[in-house]
Design a protein. Sequence first.
Length: 401
Amino acid sequence: MASTLPLRFNSRAPEVLSDPYPVYAELRASGPLSRGGPGQWVVSRYADVVPLLRDRRLSHEYPPEYHEFSIGDGPANSFFQRIILDRDAPDHTRLRRLMAKAFSPRLVQRLHDFIERQVELLLAPGLEGGLFDAVTELAFPLPVMVVCELVGIPPVDRDLVRPHAIQLAKAFALYVAEEDRASAHAAVAWLREYIGALLEERRRDLGEDLLSQMLTAELAEEPGVRLSREEIVDNTIFLFFAGFETTTNLIATSCAALLGHPRELARLRADPGLMPTAVEEFLRYDAPIQATARMAVDEIRVGERTIRPGRVVVLLLGSANHDEERFEAPERLDVGRSPNPHVSFGGGAHHCLGAGLARVEAQVALGRLLSGALRFEPAGEVVRIPSVTFRSYASVPIALR
């Protein structure tokens, strides 16, 4: 039975930013719903999170007033009202159908060879020198290279674009701190100008990248297919950000998990065929994206409580992945865990478009790293980036040979 006074989840509490999993366990034990920020309900149990990810009574679209409250006035407000992440059908269906072409099996296979070449280049200095930072030398640069290749950003511009995409990450917090708002808005403005200019270049010379495909759709005459210039620009920006943020976190958290679990590391090194199931376990064990939010548009009953329309519902993906009722010994890393029905890529119509590509990048990067290094041991203290939305690292130092 739910408690009379549900626990309150403070997403910015130091203990949550440091290690949210003990707090998640308290939330799950206290009842199906917890209080969040103003007008927020927080859902922590797997049995509730999974159906709510698919529930049409929860909307991805927020009124402009919500964005203004969350991030303040600026370019990021209209950005969130255009991107596929925050659109419902039929707009979401239209955008997803077009953007899915960028993640076709044929294109992912083509990128597989590109990923392998980049991994070899990125790992070479660490394997030769013996010291390696999994974040700065692999987890961060690799996904950026891949998503730039996917989108069509020229190699010469990649270091220029990357810092602005990092600043954009601040806008995706459950609540954006006052000190982060200006830089988030500035990132949107800069990226819009850059992608807009790149789009005009593509008009004169179409290629096979995502920008070219979306531009072709903009020029199409079929009703319900046409994209506006603003939709193309903002969704390209979102794809660029999402394409490296999740995968960067996945590779970094995977390396950190292996350093902390030498037996599972030895097991994976002894049986490289476990890599696909290992990557699924890394996704579950320390989900790159910890939470997602929706807006209730109708009454929803969760346990003994009713969520009223207009309330924000925060679904704790990281907590659902550690639910004792669904996963045996969820706090234990098991690189051979199967089945592993984690929710790290969301669910329903909004299931992550780039999930397949992220898995390929992680499998190739980790496989080559483990096969090429005779040692794989901690070389210093790991440094986390405080965030409740993302599980991010600034540094994961490793000793290799």
